[in-house]
Write a protein that binds this ligand. Structure first.
Ligand SMILES: [Zn+2]
Length: 137
């Protein structure tokens, strides 16, 4: 059985894993295409049994069983901060507080100020959640 993937399959693995170590998430090369289930334990040489691994993780792993790669997208989700949505969210909270202040001084604007403040908080929250969920796809 072949120990190394064909160039075409290596490229498929790199494209699938996004040039990122599937074990620790680093994007710093050099990378190896690693047998998830070790070749020395009859793990097959296939795209399915391969994962991108950095130098460090590859040498840590050697031929051990039980060091499994993280699911695709795992590190993106963890490190992702959606700044525009966060700013919108914080801004809308400030607006809500300001509208409460308006309530005290101008009772006629009470309802409008509250509604706009709540709308802002909601839209900020929705934008944040939608963006985080969007990373899954
Ligand atoms: Zn690594």
């Amino acid at each position: 059985m072949d120990r190394t993937l064909s160039d075409k399959d290596r490229q498929i693995v790199f494209n699938r894993d996004g040039y990122r170590c599937r074990y620790c998430g680093t994007t710093i090369p050099p990378f190896h295409v690693d047998h998830v289930y070790p070749w020395s334990h009859n793990g097959e040489t296939s795209v399915e049994n391969s994962a991108v691994s950095c130098q460090n993780c590859n040498s840590k792993k050697h031929s051990s069983i039980g060091m499994w790669p993280k699911p695709i997208g795992y590190f993106e989700k963890k490190s992702h901060i959606n700044l525009p949505s966060m700013v919108l969210f914080i801004l809308s909270i400030v607006l809500l507080y300001n509208s409460l202040d308006t309530v005290l001084n101008y009772p006629s604007f009470m309802l409008m100020g509250k509604l706009f403040g709540l709308l802002g908080v909601l839209s900020g929250l929705i934008a944040t959640v939608v963006h985080i969920r969007g990373v899954d796809e």
